[in-house]
Design a protein around this ligand. Structure first.
Ligand code: SF4
Length: 207
């Protein structure tokens, strides 16, 4: 797909207002035709304001991880297609009507609504390597019980009609400390090593 068509697809995504409980316009990444696709959960409030995926604290941690593979944030954004299970900010988690804790997890209808865009992106990009970040994103591709059982592994799966290698990562948000202590720390390193060795990742270096 030429880049112009991908830009057109993103423009259509930006116009979407299907989910009435979402609290922002859709956020999209750089329209790069990459063989590597990163899938997050949904933008946070800062991503809504800055209009970039992973633009705040979780992003800082995520890009620190990738910096260990020799790629900085700007290079990553321009070489890897960044998308999400839902493109709009879901709002804060409410406890008895009061915002508490992290962001609301998108519900099944919202995930289903937004999957039509993800399907189109997968068709357009045809990624060879997919990196789902966090349990919600991973669970759209494969069953996930404990992160310990899947992080650090590579899977060959079909996702929305596209056969691709899947290397899942934990969510870098401060809400989870799984990746800061063992076995999470070691498994995260193992996953990043697998990403670095993947052919599609190696090709990014030549782009
Ligand atoms: S979450 Fe997705 S489907 Fe829902 S309004 Fe935003 S872009 Fe549209």
């Amino acid at each position: 797909m030429p880049q112009l068509a991908l830009k057109r697809l993103q423009a259509n995504i930006k116009r979407c207002r299907l989910c009435e409980n979402m609290q922002s316009e859709p956020v999209v990444g750089v329209p790069v035709l990459s063989k590597v696709m990163l899938i997050g959960q949904a933008p946070g409030i800062k991503e809504r304001d800055i209009q970039k995926p992973f633009a705040w604290t979780a992003g800082k941690t995520l890009f620190k991880w990738f910096a260990t593979l020799g790629i900085n944030e700007e290079q990553f954004r321009n070489k890897v297609y960044m998308t999400a299970i839902c493109r709009c900010f879901p709002g804060k988690k409410l406890v008895k009507g009061v915002a508490k804790g992290g962001d609301r997890v998108p519900d099944k209808t919202e995930i289903n609504n937004c999957s039509k865009w993800l399907k189109k992106e997968i068709k357009a990009i045809q990624p060879e390597l997919i990196i789902p970040v966090g349990k919600l994103a991973i669970s759209q591709i494969m069953p996930v019980n404990k992160l310990d059982e899947i992080i650090g592994n590579q899977f060959r799966l079909e996702f929305y009609g596209q056969s691709a290698d899947i290397i899942p990562l934990p969510h870098p948000s401060g809400a989870s400390t799984w990746h800061q202590r063992e076995p999470g720390k070691g498994l995260l390193k193992k996953a990043l090593n697998k990403i670095q060795k993947h052919d599609a990742w190696q090709q990014l270096e030549t782009q």
